[in-house]
Design a protein around this ligand. Sequence first.
Ligand code: GLN
Length: 300
Amino acid sequence: MQKILEEVLEENRHLAKKGRVASYIPALAKANPHHIGICIAEINGNMYKAGDADAKFTIQSISKVIALMLALMDNGEKVFEKVGREGTEDPFNTLYKLDLPHTEKPVNPMINAGAIATTAQIKGDKFGRILELIRRITGNLSIDYSREVYISEKETGEKNKAIAHLLKARGIIEGDPDEVLDHYFKQCSIEVTACDLAKIALFMANGCQGLPSYGEIDRKTLYRNLLAIMTIGGMYNVSGQYAAEVGVPSKSGVGGGIMASVPGRMGIGVFSPPLDENGHSIAGYGIMKSLSHRLDLSIF
Ligand code: GLN
């Protein structure tokens, strides 16, 4: 396994040159484009890593999966009265459909609009509970958020602000949209490593077992929703292509991370900051394709 990880990393390293580090959040432009890492956490407890698997980066959209977990635990499947669970051809930051008269709700919790509508449904201290759940699942109590990235995104996130206010105008979020956004920006700024992502992915691959309570949802329904929604929307408008090429429920973030859960087998975290035109780590996507072939990971 160790050898496979190292080979896959070297095979895909060149792809990073074809991508671009995210810069629409100014602090993300400082990421080191040469960083590249893989971590695998197997269900039997073995862990393997290669490259910069312990380098920190911001979790960004991968936090949407944790937010969905908490929203489901707080509200059960009533969450889907405010956000759908269908696929989309639109990019992650799409806005225009929210203003169409027949649109009832954002299409899924993985695009920004759906994620903001999901975080809004978490009770109490939304960000605090997301951070606490990530620390619990990874067992890494030192995980925290980057103040720099949070402030950078808060200062420049005009499109997300427009989305949150439109959601409020349409009655999809209750309360103060700017307060919800503040939690959303902080959750996206949580710093993790590829190994932290592998552990979160393993938790899901293992049926979400091990939490003291699941609130308003049962464990299997939670597990099925999370993995199904990652499959149909975790890679946004290329989720179908990714399902065919990789075939593993995954979620990407503009920090360069991809988190992938292979049911009953393993959790995978990959990291390389340069992105493709859809906002996915370009080398990360390549690594997932290679790993899927080499380890026969596709669930299909
Ligand atoms: N924080 C980012 C945003 O809202 C997350 C996007 C992403 O990772 N795709 O734009």
